[in-house]
Design a protein around this ligand. Structure first.
Ligand code: ATP
Length: 240
């Protein structure tokens, strides 16, 4: 089943074509990778899918319903969750309270919201940290908290924006396992990631952006062998 379908999506900033005629189809159960050099338009595309930016043109459908004009909270309620490139936990609130904020997306009562939040904290491995101030977490734990909060919204599709940025190799390896576990729990994933071994090992399909345009799409093997992709991005990465 097609979960998300973006057609000819454009986002221009005063003539800068940050996203230029991008098409994407995400099937339920997939992990889809989105790669490209810095400034290629990846986060801008995420922002269009999640309602943070209104696409200049093009259409976006989630579960058959048009969302290109919908507000972020409406899209979240429909089942599209996300994390941000820079983790921004609410300081002064505990790990549990931060996650409860996400849980209220679907939960109607306080006890349901706390139950869902605890479930997500346990799922992401933060169970023993629920009472700590979010500000006291290290980078790896903050990334997990971002995931817990996003999962607490009960998404069908989860957009991950560089969740491995700043992690040690060990933490990255644990994150790969966690992302797999999320997918296996029934959540479809679209992820931006610069750590190529991790992205290539997780993704069923990879999309490549270059200066706002989609230059390649295929299996990790196909994309890794694509000359244009090597020239515009992979050739410059030391981590392939
Ligand atoms: P990175 O890997 O560095 O996060 P990216 O592929 O996510 O890069 P974007 O952040 O989407 O790239 O940026 C794409 C282009 O759009 C860049 O030229 C950027 O300067 C521009 N851009 C992004 N957001 C805005 C904005 N709010 N106003 C103006 N220009 C913007």
């Amino acid at each position: 089943m097609i979960l998300l379908e973006a057609k000819d999506v454009c986002k221009y900033f005063h003539g800068n074509k940050a996203v230029d005629m991008v098409n994407m189809t995400i099937n339920e159960g997939e992990i889809v990778g989105l790669i490209g050099a810095n400034g290629a338009g990846k986060t801008t595309f995420f922002n269009c899918l999640t309602g943070y930016y209104k696409a200049t043109s093009g259409t976006i459908a989630f579960m058959g319903k048009s969302i290109e004009k919908a507000k972020p909270h409406v899209i979240c309620k429909m089942g599209v969750g996300r994390t941000f490139q820079i983790a921004k936990p609410f300081h002064g609130l505990s790990v549990l309270e931060n996650t409860v904020v996400g849980a209220y997306n679907k939960c109607k009562t306080k006890s349901d919201a706390y139950k869902k939040a605890r479930e997500c904290i346990d799922f992401t491995g933060l169970g023993d940290k629920e009472g700590l101030d979010a500000a006291s977490l290290n980078t790896g734990e903050q990334r997990r908290l971002e995931l817990a909060r996003a999962l607490a919204t009960q998404p069908k599709l989860l957009l991950l924006d560089e969740v491995m940025a700043g992690l040690t190799p060990t933490e990255s390896a644990e994150m790969v396992e966690l992302i797999r576990k999320i997918r296996d729990s029934g959540v479809t994933i679209l992820m931006i990631e610069h750590i190529m071994p991790a992205l290539m090992s997780l993704s069923d399909t990879v999309y490549v952006l270059d200066q706002g345009r989609l230059i390649s799409k295929g299996t990790p093997e196909e994309v890794s062998a694509d000359k244009q992709v090597i020239e515009s991005y992979l050739g410059k990465s030391a981590e392939v």
